[in-house]
Design a protein around this ligand. Structure first.
Ligand code: ARG
Length: 290
């Protein structure tokens, strides 16, 4: 005799949560050896508030170990004295298909970082390295989705640098207008969950963008994860995803929950010291795409 178990009439079918596949990454990071907040070039930086370089180093080390635990490779560039923001490696280059577009920093205090990173690329064997002719804060404002290079402007990267990036990297660039000084780099308001060329997926905070740019985001990414103001304000959007594991600040609890519900695995890190300079996990991480 066959027994058929019937579900109660009011039970809903379980929503299918996809099993997300991680993709192995290679990152470049710079230890916060000389980290400090000595000047203010964004609304988060208050030189009168003390920072602990030692805590910053502990938090940076934990971030690096988190990537390594997921099987990613982390290259390290040597920090340089008198460049307290050099820990923010994302701002120093955009690497796609082995081709490097370097950086040109808007703030004079950071300008010298660009050449230290350029030398690192050359010594690491990259022979296709182009330095931008316009202000270009690299992965701070240039976010590769696997299909488009999303390009922020409004505070740092020159809008004309978007065309230069398209020419050098040979990928379609989509310009986005940032309107809130707290989200002065695109990577403080938007990150890529999945960089699959077929179906890229992002998360973003709508309040950081102009109305027109929001229209563009909605059209290109109808299934994006939409973050709240609270998630954005703790640098929750300054996250790093390998397609499955998402490294984000521990305060971004709402976003972590939303990601878990979609099958991602949030891995939280403490970035309290880097935040005092206006940075988070992604700012401290440049992706080396071959
Ligand atoms: N103090 C640095 C600056 O204002 C922080 C950079 C953060 N980096 C980032 N990718 N958002 O330039």
């Amino acid at each position: 005799m066959t027994t058929i178990t019937l579900a109660p009439a009011d039970s809903q079918p379980e929503p299918a949560i996809p099993d997300r596949m991680p993709v192995a990454r290679r990152y470049l990071m710079c230890p916060p050896t000389y980290f400090a907040v000595e000047y203010s070039i964004n609304p988060w930086m208050h030189p009168e508030i003390p920072v602990s370089a030692q805590r910053a180093m502990e938090q940076w080390t934990a971030l690096k170990q988190t990537y390594e635990r997921f099987g990613h490779v982390v290259e390290v560039i040597e920090a340089q004295p008198d460049l307290p923001d050099m820990v923010f490696a994302a701002n120093a280059g955009t690497v796609l298909g082995g081709r490097v577009l370097g950086a040109r920093f808007r703030a004079p205090q950071r300008a010298a970082e660009a050449d230290h990173y350029r030398r690192w690329f050359v010594e690491a064997g990259y022979h296709d390295v182009v330095m931008p002719s316009l202000y270009n804060e690299a992965e701070g404002d240039l976010v590769w989705t696997g299909r488009y290079l999303m390009a922020g402007t409004g505070f740092r990267t020159d809008p004309a640098a978007h065309a230069e990036a398209q020419e050098v990297l040979g990928v379609p660039v989509v310009s986005l207008q940032l309107i809130d000084p707290r989200y002065y780099h695109l990577d403080t308001a938007l990150f890529v969950l999945d960089d699959s060329p077929q179906r890229p997926r992002i998360a973003y905070y709508p309040g950081a963008f102009s109305a027109g740019s929001l229209g563009v985001l909605r059209r290109l990414f109808p299934d994006a994860v939409i973050a709240t103001e609270a998630d954005a304000a703790c640098f929750g959007l300054n996250a790093v995803s390998d397609g499955r594991n998402v490294v984000l600040p521990l305060e971004a609890t709402g976003l972590a929950e939303a990601l878990r519900a979609q099958g991602y695995c949030p891995a939280v890190v403490d970035i309290s010291e880097l935040r005092k300079a206006g940075g988070g996990p992604k700012c401290a991480t440049m992706e080396l795409r071959h």
